[in-house]
Design a protein around this ligand. Structure first.
Ligand code: KIV
Length: 259
């Protein structure tokens, strides 16, 4: 069974939590898919966790599609969503259509994600949806706006919270199939989740969303530093370093390969 956007809405109605994670290559994508992750996001966080950039801003659409194609080859079940990177959709709806179209046509993605909820983005979402391209929204902390907003929690005054709620409503009305709520207070995420009929996927937004997403490199302990809301489930940096040291020792001591 391949998961569809409609399945996610059905799960929201049933109260069945949606499990989402990011992937950037074939191996990670295949492991996540076989472990039962429902939605795999080729997030532009790959700029930081796979390409070593300081922010998500430098990654290009071509680079995103290169990774997305590798992820596509590893996935059979999960819904595949690709982030449109910084300045690949903000100029106008035509630019967004071209970029989103490439993600579907050239990389086999099933949907795209756009950051922000101001009127220009909402208009773009409406046009993409009308063209048959499923769109995921993303409000609250939007890393592509780091130089304007920083990595601070968003929506923690009544006015700012109301603004994010209205953005989420506008994105739903524009036809988004789901919305990522990043680093906002838990009670605001709860309010948005109750108000919308499309599923909310939280990251640093508390337990009351319809699903959760993490950057997989954070969960695996592969990142140098994690955001405060991430949970590190294992320390792969340490595991890999130990394996590499054992290999180095065995090669130097003539123990590998065996005679
Ligand atoms: O790029 C990304 O990994 C994301 C998640 C943080 C939701 O957008």
């Amino acid at each position: 069974m391949t998961i569809t956007t409609h399945q996610l809405t059905h799960w929201k109605q049933q109260g069945r939590m949606i499990v989402a994670l990011t992937a950037w290559d074939f191996a990670i994508a295949q492991i996540l898919d076989q472990a039962g992750v429902d939605l795999i996001l080729v997030g532009d966080s790959l700029a930081m966790v796979a390409l070593g950039h300081q922010t998500t801003l430098p990654v290009t659409l071509d680079e995103m599609l290169h990774h997305a194609r590798a992820v596509r080859r590893g996935v059979q079940r999960a819904l595949l969503v690709c982030d449109l990177p910084f300045l690949s959709y903000q100029e106008n709806s035509q630019q967004a259509m071209h970029s989103a179209g490439r993600a579907l046509k050239e990389a086999g993605m099933q949907a795209v994600k756009l950051e922000g909820g101001h009127p220009a983005v909402v208009e773009t979402v409406a046009q993409l949806v009308q063209a048959g391209i499923p769109v995921m929204g993303h409000v609250g902390l939007t890393p592509q706006s780091v130089h304007r907003l920083g990595y601070r929690q968003q929506g923690n005054s009544p006015e700012a919270g109301e603004r994010i709620l209205q953005q989420a409503i506008a994105l739903e009305q524009a036809g988004a199939f789901s919305i990522v709520l990043e680093h906002i207070p838990s009670d605001l995420a709860c309010q948005i989740t109750q108000k919308l009929s499309i599923p909310t996927i939280g990251i640093g937004a508390g337990p009351h969303c319809d699903g959760q997403v993490l950057v997989t490199a954070d969960l695996l302990g592969l990142s140098n530093r994690q955001p405060p809301f991430a949970k590190v489930y294992t320390n792969l940096r340490e595991t890999i370093a130990q394996a590499v040291q054992m290999y180095g020792t065995e090669v130097r001591e003539g123990k590998f390969p065996e005679m």
